[in-house]
Design a protein around this ligand. Structure first.
Ligand code: FEO
Length: 389
């Protein structure tokens, strides 16, 4: 059984999911995930903060039984996505007198997603507080981490932030608290890259808003709890900053070796110019690794072969992903090879309307790279160096 008590009157009652391999049928989960839920017992009222994914409702029920939670007054729903809200339906079944406490937007989403009746809700506003009796919760609206309704809660007496998806990591573990290992840092960065990076600007504002609260513990909705909040707060400050590393990320696909050769030539020249590179073969790469590399790379160069005169679907997928994730990358380019024809530029432009990096002259060759193509690839390497100097 998990250690459940976080501090006096505050308990973790969520569930691990060691076997889940994909989130949203998209994001790989190499270490599973957890759906965190917390109970706060005041002298007068009891609240549960978020539920769990409905697949794990039995674990939630057992954890509540273990703690002898026989009544719940408030179900605080920070976020309507079903991995945290799904089992609210069951909570209302087990505790029919409970009210769902959330903001107007989340209420509307929950009514749509879970078909909950309006009379089950109490709505709150930004910075509103409630007292459970010796436990005062303040609700702080933090929209777009990563849906528009998201908010966090601050427990004043225990200086604890319940941060919803913000500061999460996809990690199933019997250990409740963060071990501050390299692995955890990497998983938190992967989670940021895949889920939070598109909302970097919003997060900057939220961190500013939260900086006025003294925070001694952070309880996110996924992954371990931080007793040393600086570990995750400092990491976020770095990731959301405008600073980039002199790193070139090269995601590529190669059907018959031509694009691979182009990537090899470019990479060799970049390395000779003392520029770090990270290369991803898109036919075998984990997109989470690619997303992580995009968090602080200054430059990305896609390697794109033509299929039926169009972009290879794996390259198209990577471009689409980069557009969705909106990394702070400053420069981008592509190297491409075609057999008998290619219409690349227009398609690439249409795939990345939100990708704000500056285009550096791409290199497109017919078939295998020849002397003139090699020269252009080497010139691209020099241009990348000069652009980042
Ligand atoms: Fe973990 Fe956005 O749900």
């Amino acid at each position: 059984m998990l250690e459940k008590k976080l501090c006096e009157g505050v308990y973790a009652v969520g569930a691990n999911d060691f076997n889940r391999k994909l989130f949203d049928e998209l994001i790989p989960l190499p270490y599973g995930t957890s759906y965190n839920s917390y109970v706060i017992k005041g002298q007068e009222k009891t609240a549960i903060l978020d539920a769990v994914d409905p697949m794990k409702k039995d674990v939630l029920r057992e954890n509540l039984r273990d703690l002898n939670i026989n009544s719940i007054d408030f179900i605080i729903s920070h976020h309507a996505e079903q991995d945290h809200s799904g089992a609210i339906v069951d909570l209302l079944d087990w505790f029919p007198n409970a009210k769902v406490l959330t903001n107007e937007k989340c209420k509307s989403f929950l009514m749509d997603l879970l078909c909950l009746p309006e009379e089950k809700f109490i709505t709150i506003s930004d910075r509103e507080k409630i007292s459970l009796g010796g436990k005062t919760l303040e609700f702080i609206f933090t929209p777009w981490v990563h849906w528009p309704e998201t908010f966090v809660s601050y427990l004043h007496e225990d200086k604890t932030l319940f941060s919803c998806d913000l500061f999460g990591s996809h990690l199933a573990s019997e250990k409740l608290f963060a071990d501050e290992s390299e692995n955890l840092y990497s998983l938190a960065k992967r989670y940021y890259a895949e889920i939070m990076m598109p909302f970097r600007t919003a997060i900057k504002g939220h961190l500013e808003k939260l900086s006025t609260y003294k925070i001694e513990m952070i309880c996110p909705s996924h992954g371990p709890i931080y007793k040393n909040p600086a570990f995750i707060l400092d990491a976020y400050k770095e990731w959301i900053s405008d600073d980039v590393k002199n790193l070139v990320v090269i995601p590529y696909v190669s059907m018959h070796g031509s694009v691979e050769k182009m990537v090899e030539i470019l990479n060799t020249r970049l390395n000779s110019l003392k520029i770090e590179t990270k290369i991803f073969n898109l036919s075998e790469t984990d997109i989470g690794e690619l997303a992580m590399a995009l968090v602080d790379a200054s430059t990305v160069v896609f390697g794109i072969p033509a299929v039926l005169a169009q972009i290879h679907p794996l390259a198209s997928n990577a471009l689409y992903l980069a557009n969705l994730l909106r990394p702070k990358t400053k420069y981008f380019s592509y190297v491409s090879s075609y057999g008998w024809g290619a219409k690349l530029t227009e398609t690439i432009d249409s795939l990345i309307p939100n990708f704000k990096a500056k285009l550096l002259e791409p290199v497109i060759c017919k078939g295998y790279p020849k002397t003139e193509d090699i020269k252009k690839l080497q010139q691209l390497a020099v241009l990348i160096k000069e652009s980042n100097s």
